[in-house]
Design a protein around this ligand. Structure first.
Ligand SMILES: Nc1nc2c(ncn2[C@@H]2O[C@H](COP(=O)(O)OP(=O)(O)OP(=O)(O)O)[C@@H](O)[C@H]2O)c(=O)[nH]1
Ligand SMILES: [Mg+2]
Length: 484
């Protein structure tokens, strides 16, 4: 199995001999074919399972000149090394969307197994969305009943008969749908949803559709700004529940991007890729095709926030991370979030706290950090409606009236947030925080982000080799110019 994890080609019936130093040869051939410790995948797996790694291999490639901080790798060796990029963010920030876009952009297609995982995840999520709606329907119905009773008491006092008390409200379901709702909510309360669905998904699709279209649920959905944990994509999938629930359903590219997450179970996803030498932020390509073997290789490691719940312990297992890519949803500034302690808090503030925890983690003292401020599209639409100051951390945001400047309110607010994070970072680290704006559903912005990250890392190498001084300025201006 170790050979498979190390990406060693193992034809059937071929046996390998593995030596203490990690080198291996085909049985009896007396020709050393390679060394498993030189394979990045072996080292990562070993890290994750806390397996010992021979000393010469634990920091980069054997014999690489990593210098004191492990940053400087001479060009000729850099070509061969794999830069690990750790992608993290609070749930819903869009980190898995960014991962999936990177896979569409630079990776291979989703395999049939991965597509099946995505399909199951989409099918089960539909039931989660519906149960959220059903819970809120119940609250709104209770509220409506209570108001009715109060009205009744007033009417009675005025000498009128109290029929309003028994009258169904806008939020009441008929008895048949009510039975289904009770049954579904019980399964959810018992935590059995994952075990029950999607095996039963096809059978219940018609009734799910009926509940979703019912006026009580539609009235509940209209009030979705009042409750949390119902993502924007809920209606996108609920509208198509029958299609999604069929055996023949295959998620489209759009479905894959809209689905929350990459698969149901896996907290960790890996993608190895390289970037061609297309010029930064333009669509022009260099004339000659690149020699793919010369391109720097990156390994994108995405851990979902559930995977980080164990107090960031798994981060310790990730050695030699070249850069942390921390993803934050700009649109979270007015959202509520349940923290680990069960307390409710503002989601932007929860994201900030998680950011602080990750960057102050001893494993990442010397690690470059790039902050991706994502969901600029939702943010742009929202910021004109909901003042940024609803988030306590942004209480001192006082924009110059938009018509006095050329900047929109959204871009003004974006710079303000970027600076907040830069200030915070500078209080914790003596390194510079790089900030980039994304709309992860737009593939181009994710491509731009990775090209920006590549420039940041190149700059880092140059800075550490002390050859140039002015690259930082050009990166800063790039970073700022990319945000309008
Ligand atoms: N409007 C908008 N929606 C986005 C953007 N990025 C992600 N989303 C949506 O936001 C939802 C959550 O994104 P995910 O990528 O699942 O975020 P995540 O929570 O970091 O990933 P998991 O931890 O795996 O759930 C998905 O429905 C995405 O389609 C964006 O830039 N704009
Ligand atoms: Mg999510």
């Amino acid at each position: 199995m170790g050979f498979h994890l190390a990406n060693v080609q193992c034809p059937r019936n071929t046996h390998f001999w593995l030596y203490d130093d990690g080198s291996y040869e085909e049985e009896g051939q007396n020709i050393i074919k390679g060394n498993i410790w030189q394979k990045a995948s072996t080292r990562l797996i070993a890290n994750l399972f806390s397996l010992p790694i021979p000393p010469g291999y634990s920091h980069g490639l054997k014999g690489d000149a990593t210098g004191d901080s492990g940053r400087f790798v001479p060009d000729y060796l850099e070509q061969k090394s794999v830069h690990k990029l750790l992608l993290v963010g609070l749930e819903g920030s869009g980190s898995s969307t960014i991962f999936k876009q990177a896979k569409f952009l630079y990776g291979s297609k989703f395999s049939p197994g991965e597509l099946l995982d995505l399909k199951l995840m989409i099918q089960i999520n539909v039931y989660k969305y519906l149960s959220t709606l059903l819970e809120w329907r119940e609250c709104f119905e209770d509220q409506a009943m209570k108001e009715n009773r109060e009205l009744c008491t007033i009417d009675k006092a005025a000498g009128e008969t109290g029929v309003a008390q028994t009258r169904p409200s806008l939020f009441s379901l008929n008895q048949r749908l009510m039975q289904f709702a009770d049954w579904l909510l019980e399964i959810v309360a018992l935590g059995d949803l994952d075990a029950f669905f999607p095996a039963a998904t096809r059978e219940y699709a018609p009734i799910v559709q009926e509940v979703w279209k019912d006026t009580a649920i539609q009235a509940t959905y209209k009030r979705n700004n009042e409750f949390h944990f119902l993502p924007d994509v809920a209606s996108y999938f609920l509208d198509r529940v029958v299609e999604i629930s069929s055996n023949e359903y295959e998620p489209t590219e759009k479905d894959i991007l809209y689905a929350e997450g990459i698969n149901q179970w896996n907290g960790l996803s890996l993608l190895e890729f390289s970037l061609d030498e297309r010029y930064q932020f333009t669509d022009s390509y260099v004339d000659k095709p690149d020699d793919p073997s010369m391109l720097t290789k990156y390994q994108l490691i995405r851990i979902n926030s559930k995977g980080l719940n164990g107090g960031l312990r798994c981060l310790e297992m990730l050695q030699e991370v070249r850069a942390i890519i921390f993803c934050i949803s700009l649109a979270d500034y007015d959202q509520t979030w349940v923290q680990g302690s069960g307390e409710l808090s503002n989601k932007m503030i929860s994201s900030r706290d998680m950011f602080e925890d990750v960057i102050s983690h001893p494993s990442f003292e010397d690690t470059t950090c790039v902050l991706l401020l994502n969901k600029y599209d939702s943010f742009e639409a929202k910021v004109n409606r909901v003042p940024l100051t609803v988030c306590d951390w942004f209480a001192d945001f006082s924009p110059v009236k938009p018509h006095h400047t050329h900047q929109s309110l959204a871009s003004h607010a974006y710079y303000y947030i970027a600076l907040k994070f830069k200030d915070l970072y500078s209080r914790i680290s003596d390194r510079k925080l790089f900030v980039f704006q994304t709309k992860a559903l737009e593939r181009k912005t994710v491509d731009d982000a990775f090209r920006y990250i590549r420039e940041v890392l190149r700059w880092d190498d140059v800075k550490n080799s002390d050859a140039f001084g002015s690259v930082e300025d050009s990166l800063c201006s790039m970073d700022m110019s990319s945000s309008s």
